[in-house]
Design a binder for this molecule. Structure first.
Ligand SMILES: Cc1cc2nc3c(=O)[nH]c(=O)nc-3n(C[C@H](O)[C@H](O)[C@H](O)COP(=O)(O)OP(=O)(O)OC[C@H]3O[C@@H](n4cnc5c(N)ncnc54)[C@H](O)[C@@H]3O)c2cc1C
Length: 459
């Protein structure tokens, strides 16, 4: 095998975690090699965040046309052209991909195309070449899981295939009521379908505050999205025309497509991790809070590190690792302070602890909550959305969590995450002025209420 120069950092995988580490390390003057088997940008850009959000934007437009008469604008939805939806989505991806490639080359990162395999804690082989670094950063990402015995083919698909359909499933079954399942069910409903979600836990959006889950369930029911909660799938079969799933309670459901959205597994098999003695836990790569693995000078970032599988977590981890390699001392990331958004209709946005988690951490009596209904928020009324902003605080102490549901509410998570991560007291936030009429005002109103001086809400 050919040997090349020794880099300061060699990064395996150019997804959100890997490319962020590369860009920051190069910015700090380090000599960086970035190894990628497919395309820079990884899941988020090519098969995740960006394509789903582009399609959900088309979905929002379809909903607006359908409801336009309510706003005095007469228009007619003449159909969804999946070719054009996919072309719009691809255009967004292509522009961002081009920009990202320019950033990587502009910063002087050496991009090596090919599948890498770790040979030691300083060396990765790619094709016939060995790439050597003083530090290795592992960021090989994740793949869509299926269920045991369920093969992804034909009408059974994961998000990878569902993002590229040239047809709209009319009565799809969605396995999993988490983020990806909710987004696809919402998308297909906006495109005129009648999806049914099957979720093994007792609620949709099971990781969110219970009040959020309940509102999503009411909204989805109104939108014609069905769901079966607290039940598991026993088996799946398909023919040329339909997929049938049998549930453990004996019920059966049929549809023209089955989306398996039951979570994402770490992409860590067959890349040499075991060979070099890397500690693994069910395929994930555990790290300390500084993102060091058990091996000297080997770091891990992104979805392979146990925790929230989100692009912005990967970005933050990549930046932090690059800074530590460069000798800086960034603060460890606090997992509960990472903002979370689900882009279904209505959207879900949250940061910090749910009421239940706060009570179990601090005790039942130590927690205060307030829920501000969007019915009292002018901009939300203009948009015609239902929803709320719910705050969780330590009694007499800082804000521990913010939980929101409503059309376009994801855009408010920026302020919410500053409040939670800066451990702001409601009394201090209540003094800040929110522009009228914005949905952002709902955050201000909720804090006024929590500080004991509600304005547009009953005391
Ligand atoms: C449908 C969907 C929607 C999503 N929506 C959102 C969202 O709205 N917001 C959000 O924050 N997150 C979202 N996510 C999650 C987000 O995409 C991931 O958290 C993020 O991409 C993880 O980044 P990563 O760097 O860990 O891995 P990845 O992005 O998966 O990148 C890993 C890269 O490593 C490469 N690689 C793997 N093995 C090797 C090897 N041996 N050699 C060379 N290269 C290799 C892969 O080709 C890949 O490019 C979504 C995911 C999906 C599937």
């Amino acid at each position: 095998m050919a040997e090349s120069a020794v880099y300061d950092v060699v990064i395996l995988g150019a997804g959100s975690g890997g490319y962020a580490a590369a860009l920051r390390a190069a910015q700090l003057g380090l000599n960086v090699a970035l190894i990628e088997a497919d395309k820079v940008g990884g899941t988020c850009l090519h098969r995740g965040c960006i394509p789903t959000k582009a399609m959900l934007h088309s979905a929002e437009i379809a909903d607006q046309i359908r409801e336009s008469a309510k706003y005095g604008v007469h228009s007619q939805l003449n159909g969804i052209d999946m070719g054009a939806v996919n072309a719009f989505k691809q255009g967004v991806i292509d522009r961002l991909y081009k920009g990202l490639q320019g950033l990587v080359s502009g910063r002087g990162v050496h991009l090596i195309q090919g599948r890498g395999e770790v040979q030691s804690n300083t060396r990765i082989s790619v094709g016939g070449e060995v790439v050597e670094g003083h530090h290795l950063v592992l960021g090989t990402g994740s793949y869509a899981r299926s269920l045991p015995g369920v093969s992804v083919e034909g009408r059974v698909m994961t998000s990878d295939q569902a993002l590229n359909l040239d047809w709209i499933p009319q009565n799809p079954i969605v396995l999993g009521g988490g983020v990806i399942g909710l987004e696809f069910a919402s998308l297909w409903a906006s495109f005129g379908a009648k999806p049914v979600i099957v979720e093994a836990l007792d609620h949709l959006a099971p990781n969110e505050d219970l009040t959020v889950s309940k509102l999503i369930e009411r909204s989805f029911r109104r939108r014609g999205i069905g769901f079966n909660l607290g039940v598991k799938v026993a088996d799946v079969s398909q023919d040329d025309h339909q997929v049938t799933i049998r549930l453990e309670n004996g019920d059966a459901l049929s549809g023209d497509a089955l989306l398996v959205a039951v979570g994402r597994g770490p992409n860590t098999a067959g890349v040499g991790f075991e060979r070099i003695g890397l500690d693994m836990d069910r395929g994930f790569v555990p790290t300390d809070e500084q993102l060091r693995t058990n091996l000297d000078r080997v770091w891990a970032v992104g979805d392979i590190v146990p925790g929230l599988q989100l692009a912005h977590r990967g970005f933050a981890q990549g930046i932090a690792v690059a800074e530590r390699i460069a000798g800086m001392t960034p603060a460890p990331l606090v997992e509960s302070g990472i903002p979370r958004v689900t882009y279904c209709e209505p959207e879900i946005a949250s940061v910090g602890l749910t009421e239940a988690a706060a009570k179990s951490a601090h005790g039942e009596d130590a927690i205060e909550t307030v829920e501000y209904n969007l019915a009292g928020n002018g901009k939300s009324q203009v948009l015609g959305t239902q929803g709320f902003v719910k705050l969780v605080r330590l009694a007499g102490g800082p804000t521990l969590g913010v939980h929101m549901v409503g059309t376009r509410i994801g855009e408010l998570v920026g302020e919410a995450q500053l409040i939670v991560n800066w451990e702001a007291y409601p009394e201090d936030v209540a003094e800040l002025i929110h522009a009228h009429p914005t949905q952002d005002e709902a955050i201000g109103e909720a804090f006024l209420a929590l500080a004991g001086k509600p304005l547009h809400a009953h005391a």
